[in-house]
Design a protein around this ligand. Structure first.
Ligand code: NZQ
Ligand code: ZN
Length: 385
C-alpha cells in the first residue's frame, strides 16, 4: 500500500426530512447566500423546505448556476458576495451548483489577482468561505470531497481544482428529493459513480485488499441497484442506496493508498468542453476504449475486476478482459447510456482537437504516465463509432 494522509471533515446528514436540520447546522448569525441552479428545486419542494427551515434568518439568493457551472456566472455571484458581505454559502442542487459554489467560496477569499488562476495555474487556496450543502443529485460525490470542476465559456475550457478548504462543512442527503430526477440524470449518476470507482481501482495492484473489496462492493451495488431504480422509481431504499454509493464513490476513502488513474475523466472533460456532452456520457464513451488501449498496463486489475464483479474467468486473459469490457458497455446501456461517438457528435475533428489540447499543455495522463495527446487520439479512435 502507498503512503497516504486522509482528512474528510464533512458532516453527513442522511435521510428523509433532514433538510429541516438546516437551522441548527448553519451558525445563528451567518449572512447566508443560497446558491441554486435552474428550476428543479422549485418543482420538488426542496426550495420550500429550505425556506421553512431558515425562516427569519439572514438569507439572500443567487440563482442560475448551470450544469457544467461557468466561471462567468460565478463571477456574477462573487459581486453579490462582496457587496453583501456574505459569510456562509448554502448550495442547494446538484454537483454543478455545489462545484460552482466551491469555486465561489475560494474566489471570495482569494488573495491573488485573478481567481481563474485557481483553476488554470493551480494557485493555492489558503482559505475559503464555509459551505453548507443540500445535495439533490447522487453522482459526483462533490458533497463529501474537495473537488470542483468549472468551465469557462469564452475559452472552451473545463478545469478542476481540489482544496481542503472547500470541503462542505455539512451535506444533507435526502433520497426522497431524488425521485424527481429525469431518467437522464439518474443514468448519469449511476455511470459517473461507476467510473469514479474504476478510476481508483482499475490501475495496477499495490496490495490493497481492503480498498479493492470496498471498490468492488460499490460496483456490485450499482450493478444490482441501478436497474431497479428505473423499474421502481418510487422505491426509497433503492434511491438511498444509490445516493450513498455516489457519496462513497468519491469521498476519497476507496482510493487511499491505491494507485489512481483519472485519465477517463480528463479526456471526458475535454469532450464536454468541445461538445457540451453530459459528463457521465463522456465517461461511458471513453472508459471502454481506454481499457482496450491500456489492457497490458491494467491487465492484473482488469482480470480481477472481470472475476469479482462479473464472474468471468478463463485461461485466456485477453478473452476475459474483452468479456469484462463488453459487460461494462452492456451495463451502461442497461441503465440508459449509449457509449458511441456518433451519439454525442464526437467527430474525428473533435478527437483531433482534444488530442491537440493535451499536446499543447504537455499533459501526461494515466497511472503510469504513458498517455499523451497522441495516445488520447488513439483511445478516442477505439471508442465505438
Ligand atoms: O439546474 P436545476 O434546475 O437544479 O436542474 C438540474 C440540472 O439540470 C437537475 N437536477 C438536480 N437535482 C434534481 C434535478 N432535477 C430534478 N430533481 C432533482 N432532485 O439535474 C441537472 C444536472 O445537474 P448537475 O448538477 O449538472 O449534475 P451532476 O450532479 O451530475 O454534476 C455534474 C457536474 O459535476 C462535475 C461534472 O464535470 C459536471 O460539471 N463533476 C464534479 C466532481 C466533483 N466535484 O467531485 C467529480 C465528477 O467527476 C464531475 O467531474
Ligand atoms: Zn465524474
Amino acid at each position: 500500500m502507498q503512503n497516504f494522509e486522509y482528512c474528510n471533515p464533512v458532516r453527513i446528514v442522511f435521510g428523509k426530512g433532514q433538510i429541516a436540520r438546516l437551522a441548527e447546522l448553519i451558525p445563528q448569525n451567518a449572512k447566508i447566500l443560497m446558491t441554486s441552479g435552474g428550476s428543479s428545486i422549485h418543482h420538488n419542494g426542496v426550495y420550500e423546505q429550505v425556506m421553512e427551515a431558515l425562516r427569519g434568518r439572514h438569507l439572500l439568493e443567487f440563482r442560475g448556476i448551470e450544469p457544467n457551472p461557468r466561471y462567468e456566472t460565478i463571477m456574477k455571484a462573487l459581486k453579490l458576495v462582496q457587496a453583501e458581505k456574505i459569510d456562509f454559502l448554502l448550495s442547494v442542487g446538484g454537483g454543478s451548483v455545489l462545484d460552482g459554489t466551491k469555486f465561489l467560496a475560494a474566489a471570495a477569499r482569494f488573495e491573488g489577482e485573478d481567481p481563474w488562476d485557481i483553476l488554470a495555474k493551480n494557485a493555492e487556496v489558503k482559505t475559503a468561505l464555509p459551505i453548507g450543502c443540500v445535495m439533490t443529485l447522487p453522482a459526483t460525490g462533490s458533497e463529501m470531497n474537495g473537488f470542483s470542476v468549472v468551465s469557462r465559456e469564452s475559452t472552451e475550457e473545463k478545469l478542476a481544482f481540489w482544496s481542503q478548504q472547500v470541503f462542505p462543512v455539512f451535506s444533507i442527503l435526502d433520497p426522497e428529493v431524488t425521485k424527481t430526477l429525469p431518467n437522464r440524470q439518474v443514468s448519469n449518476g449511476i455511470v459517473d459513480t461507476f467510473v469514479h470507482v474504476c478510476e481508483q481501482y482499475v490501475t495496477y495492484p499495490v496490495d490493497t485488499p481492503i480498498q479493492d473489496r470496498q471498490a468492488e462492493g460499490v460496483l456490485l451495488t450499482l450493478v444490482e441497484e441501478g436497474p431497479k431504480v428505473f423499474a421502481d422509481p418510487d422505491n426509497y431504499d433503492v434511491r438511498a442506496n444509490l445516493f450513498w454509493a455516489a457519496t462513497v464513490g468519491l469521498n476519497g476513502w476507496l482510493g487511499q493508498g491505491c494507485v489512481q488513474d483519472w485519465a477517463t475523466h480528463a479526456i471526458g472533460h475535454e469532450i464536454t468542453a468541445f461538445t457540451g456532452t453530459d459528463h457521465a456520457q463522456t465517461l461511458a464513451l471513453v472508459l471502454p476504449a481506454l481499457w482496450k488501449h491500456q489492457r497490458r498496463e491494467k491487465e492484473d486489475k482488469l482480470v480481477q475486476y472481470a472475476k469479482r464483479v462479473w464472474n468471468i474467468e478463463g485461461e485466456n486473459r485477453d478473452a476475459v478482459i474483452d468479456a469484462a469490457i463488453e459487460k461494462t458497455v452492456e451495463f451502461f446501456k442497461s441503465v440508459g447510456i449509449d457509449a458511441s461517438r456518433r451519439a454525442y457528435g464526437v467527430t474525428d475533428e473533435v478527437c483531433r482537437k482534444i488530442a491537440d489540447v493535451f499536446l499543447a499543455r504537455g499533459t501526461v495522463l494515466g497511472e503510469r504516465g504513458n498517455i499523451t495527446g497522441n495516445e488520447v487520439y488513439e483511445i478516442l479512435q477505439l471508442a465505438a463509432a
